[in-house]
Design a protein around this ligand. Structure first.
Ligand code: THU
Length: 136
């Protein structure tokens, strides 16, 4: 696959430094790798109305989609401040699935903690996903 795992993790860690997380102080970074070699990053954006906060993965997917990207998602790295590797929340799994489904890919997800990286496919995190094809 056309991406460097360590570079993708570093991109996610770098994005986490720009998180707006004054309420949780839990800075999360996400980096999306695409088949053309490009990387799009995001970090969490919290809100004084806590429930309106946006996760890092959702911000990254929104940035990519808004730049016209419609598929080609081959890998995702998510970094958090905890020892335990962070896995995308349920909503983010669904949001990632939309972009993956548009290009018919099953991206590798690198869940990164301070001491360990856990690798899985998105399909393992969200089996039997509801996606664009489910509406046809
Ligand atoms: N968070 C993410 O950015 N991604 C996830 O997959 C899980 C949680 C954020 C949301 C909130 O700003 C903070 O982490 C604590 O839950």
């Amino acid at each position: 696959m056309n991406f460097d795992k360590q570079a993708l993790i570093e991109a996610a860690r770098d994005a986490a430094t720009r998180a707006y997380a004054p309420y949780s102080a839990f800075n999360v970074g996400a980096a999306l790798a695409f088949a053309d070699g490009s990387i799009v990053t995001g970090s969490n954006v919290e809100n004084a109305s806590y429930g309106l906060s946006l996760c890092a993965e959702t911000v990254a997917v929104s940035k990519a989609m808004n730049d016209g990207v419609r598929g080609g998602l081959i890998a995702v790295a998510v970094t958090g401040p905890a020892v335990e590797p962070i896995t995308p929340c349920g909503r983010c799994r669904q949001v990632l699935n939309e972009l993956a489904a548009l290009g018919d890919t099953d991206p590798l997800v690198l869940c990164v903690g301070s001491e360990e990286v856990r690798e899985t496919q998105l399909s393992g995190l969200l089996p039997r996903a509801f996606g664009p094809a489910s509406l046809t």
